[in-house]
Ligand binder design. Structure first.
Ligand code: MG
Ligand code: MG
Ligand code: MG
Length: 310
C-alpha cells in the first residue's frame, strides 16, 4: 500500500476545520512528494462552502469508504467519527486537537495531536517545521478554520498559538481584517432559515460512547440564536423523532449564540436530568436547559459528561 496515494479525510459531518485543513494537509503532503488528495465524509458544511468559494478552491469529493487505502486522519481520532471500514485501511497520519480517541494503527504513523484550538494551527506549524511555503489561498482556508473552531478567539479552547498563527495566515492570505472575515463566515453559517428542522438538529453532530451510554451531540452555532429559538418546539419534535428512530441513549442539540456566548440545549432521553446536572444547566424543563457562558462542546460539555457517564 505504500505507493498508493494518500486519502486525507476529516470527520463525519464535516466542519470548516475538517474540510479546509484536509486541503492544507493534502497540499503539504504533495509538496513533500507524497501523492495525496483531500476528501470529506458527507455533506459540505455551509461555512466551509463560503470559505472555499472565496478562496476559489473546489469542495473536496465525498468519500465514505477507505478499505485498502492509505489514510491521513484530520481533526479526530475516534472510530465513531471515521468511515465504517476504517479498520481495513492503513492509517499513515493523524492531526488532531481533541481528546485522544480509540483509533489505532498497524504500522508506525505520523501523529500530531496538540492541545490547541484548531487542527489548522498544528498544520501551519508543520509547514514551518518542513520549510514549505503556505500558498495564500490555502492560508485563507486555514485562517477560516481557526476563526471557526475558536469562535473568533472567544472560545475557551483558544490558545496563544492559535492567535499568533491566525495573524501569520492573515498576512499570507492578504486578509486585512480578521474581524470582518469572522463576521462574513459566521453570517454564512447563521442563515438557517431554509434548513429544515430534521437537518438542523444534526448540524455539526458528533457521536460519543461514554460507558454504556451512546450520545449524539449536535451544535447549531449562530450569531443570534433568537431565530433558532423561535423554532425550538419544532426542533424538539424533530429531535424526538430522531431519538425514536436511532439507537442513541441520549440526544442533544446545543443552540449556541456565538455573540452572547451562551447555549440552550434541547435534550431527549432518560438521562436528561443527569445530563443537566453534570453540565450545571439552568431552567430545566422536560426537554431543555440553559448553559450560561458555554459554547465549546469539546471543553465545556464532553469532559463533564465523560466524568459522569464514561
Ligand atoms: Mg471538527
Ligand atoms: Mg477542529
Ligand atoms: Mg466546532
Amino acid at each position: 500500500m505504500t505507493d498508493r496515494p494518500i486519502t486525507v479525510i476529516g470527520h463525519k459531518v464535516p466542519d470548516c476545520d475538517s474540510t479546509c485543513t484536509a486541503i492544507a494537509i493534502a497540499h503539504l503532503l504533495n509538496e513533500r512528494g507524497q501523492k495525496a488528495s483531500a476528501y470529506i465524509q458527507g455533506e459540505p458544511n455551509p461555512e466551509a462552502v463560503f470559505l472555499l468559494k472565496q478562496a476559489n478552491i473546489p469542495m473536496p469529493d465525498t468519500k465514505l469508504h477507505v478499505a485498502g487505502e492509505n489514510v491521513f486522519i484530520v481533526d479526530y481520532s475516534d472510530l465513531a467519527l471515521a468511515p465504517e471500514d476504517i479498520k481495513q485501511a492503513n492509517i499513515v497520519g493523524i492531526i488532531d486537537h481533541h481528546k485522544l480517541g480509540d483509533m489505532t494503527s498497524n504500522q508506525p504513523l505520523e501523529c500530531w495531536i496538540w492541545p490547541v484550538g484548531c487542527s489548522a494551527t498544528i498544520v501551519a506549524a508543520i509547514y514551518g517545521f518542513e520549510n514549505i511555503v503556505i500558498p495564500s489561498n490555502i492560508a485563507y482556508l486555514m485562517l477560516g478554520a481557526i476563526i471557526s473552531d475558536t469562535v473568533n478567539f472567544k472560545s475557551p479552547t483558544t490558545t496563544d498559538q492559535d492567535i499568533k498563527t491566525a495573524q501569520m495566515l492573515a498576512d499570507i492570505a492578504g486578509v486585512a481584517s480578521i474581524e470582518a472575515l469572522a463576521l462574513e463566515q459566521f453570517t454564512a453559517k447563521s442563515d438557517v432559515r431554509h434548513v429544515p428542522d430534521e437537518k438542523l438538529i444534526l448540524r455539526d453532530q458528533k457521536v460519543f460512547d461514554m460507558g454504556d451510554t451512546a450520545f449524539s451531540i449536535a451544535q447549531i452555532e449562530v450569531i443570534n440564536a433568537d431565530a433558532v429559538l423561535e423554532r425550538k418546539e419544532a426542533l424538539q419534535a424533530a429531535l424526538e423523532t430522531f431519538y425514536k428512530t436511532q439507537n442513541f441513549d441520549q440526544v442533544l442539540v446545543m443552540i449556541s449564540d456565538i455573540n452572547s456566548m451562551n447555549s440552550t440545549v434541547i435534550c431527549i432521553g432518560e438521562l436528561t436530568n443527569d445530563v443537566c446536572n453534570a453540565l450545571n444547566g439552568q431552567k430545566l424543563t422536560e426537554n431543555s436547559f440553559f448553559l450560561e457562558g458555554v459554547v465549546s462542546r469539546k471543553k465545556q460539555v464532553i469532559p463533564y459528561l465523560q466524568k459522569k457517564f464514561g
